[in-house]
Design a protein around this ligand. Structure first.
Ligand code: ADP
Ligand code: TRP
Length: 335
């Protein structure tokens, strides 16, 4: 089993990123190692080039995001942690796969359609070809499993299509088809201000999300001010169907406590938010507080974080090189 996943180093991780993505990575690293497999996790700094870049910010965000991942429990001694730009095989394979991927496939990507909107001509070429680089990220390691959020599932299906066509076109069995792991335990966390919008760093309201750098007071205050309704909590999840904000807080509680939403409701049925919110805030502080403190410590020595990334990149490059060479040979490139 070889597990690979990436996250863009956009800075300022929030609770949605943690509960929806990183926590699954952390949970996997021991299980995968125990079964003789390997996990590779990377900061997708090349993917960040699809949007306007501020060089100093990209550099700082990459180190900070690496520190945040380590603080959340990704252990560079157990998993291979690196930034994509330091392993050139990703870009090289992406170019080779550019000959295989079809315009029509990329045109159908919903993320491209959403992000480009009506102004397709004004977008960077990178934004359009981004899923090809993502396919290379995965295929260059002959990855078997890719933990992703719902929003990335389509890109992974594209990676499978590219792998299939490449294998067929060149008559090789080079790339195994990577399986998406969309964990049932990975909840979609919604904004604290609007239960119909996802918690996102692009929401202009800071009060809509909990950052992993928030102080205990800020966490407590954001939950206290979170939008809810005056009704008490029901005994069953079905009772929250029309109450997205209430359902979101119950979902967050369950994810933080590693339990089910049903179990949370069994404990809190009949209670109002006056009781539930402080309990949720205490729980969140008990989980996020230690992550924040480790993160702050790690940032005291950014060079040490950089060394972890360099070491991870060397390990990743060693694993990527044979696959890239096989792909070059299959195509007939003399390199
Ligand atoms: P953002 O929406 O804040 O820009 P990204 O798109 O950079 O976040 O997502 C980074 C990772 O975190 C992805 O794996 C994504 O699936 C996950 N993620 C982001 N927001 C949420 C959320 N609100 N709930 C669950 N997972 C999320
Ligand atoms: N596109 C992913 C995101 O925005 C990040 C990513 C890049 C990724 N390459 C990947 C995820 C390869 C999984 C595998 O969240």
């Amino acid at each position: 089993m070889r597990v690979v996943s990436g996250i863009q180093p956009t800075g300022n991780l929030h609770l949605g990123n943690y509960l929806g993505a990183i926590k699954q990575w952390v949970a996997m690293q021991d299980d995968v190692a125990a079964s003789g497999g390997e996990c590779l996790f990377f900061l997708a700094d090349l993917h960040a080039l699809t949007q306007p870049v501020v060089p100093a910010e990209l550099a700082a965000n990459t180190i900070e995001m690496a520190a945040a991942l380590i603080a959340c429990g990704i252990d560079p001694a157990k998993s291979i942690l690196f930034n994509q730009a330091r392993v050139p095989a990703h870009s090289e394979l992406a170019w080779l796969l550019g000959g295989t991927a079809r315009m029509g496939w990329l045109n159908r990507m919903t993320q491209w359609k959403d992000k480009a909107g009506k102004d397709r001509d004004g977008q960077s070429v990178g934004l359009f070809t981004y899923p090809v680089l993502m396919a290379a990220d995965v295929l260059v390691y002959k990855t078997t499993h890719v933990p992703v959020g719902h929003d990335q599932k389509q890109h992974l299906e594209l990676a499978r299509d590219i792998a299939t066509k490449f294998n067929q076109d060149f008559g090789v069995e080079l790339f195994p088809l990577p399986e998406p792991l969309v964990s049932a335990a990975a909840p979609r966390i919604m904004s604290l201000r609007d239960g119909s919008a996802k918690m996102s760093k692009s929401d202009p309201s800071e009060a809509s999300r909990i950052h992993l750098t928030d102080s205990d007071e800020a966490i407590a205050q954001k939950f206290r001010k979170a939008r809810t309704d005056p009704e008490p909590l029901p005994g069953e999840m079905a009772g929250l169907d029309e109450r997205p904000e209430a359902r979101n807080l119950v979902t967050i509680y369950a994810a933080l406590a590693d339990t089910s939403a049903e179990a949370v409701l069994a404990d809190f049925a009949g209670q109002g938010f006056g009781a539930f919110k402080p309990a949720l805030a205490d729980l969140a502080i008990s989980v996020i507080g230690p992550i924040r403190d480790r993160f702050t410590q790690l940032l005291d020595d950014r060079e040490a974080v950089g060394r972890h990334l360099a070491q991870g990149a060397a390990q990743a490059a060693a694993r990527a090189a044979p696959t890239l060479a096989e792909a070059q040979r299959a195509i007939g490139l003399q390199v």
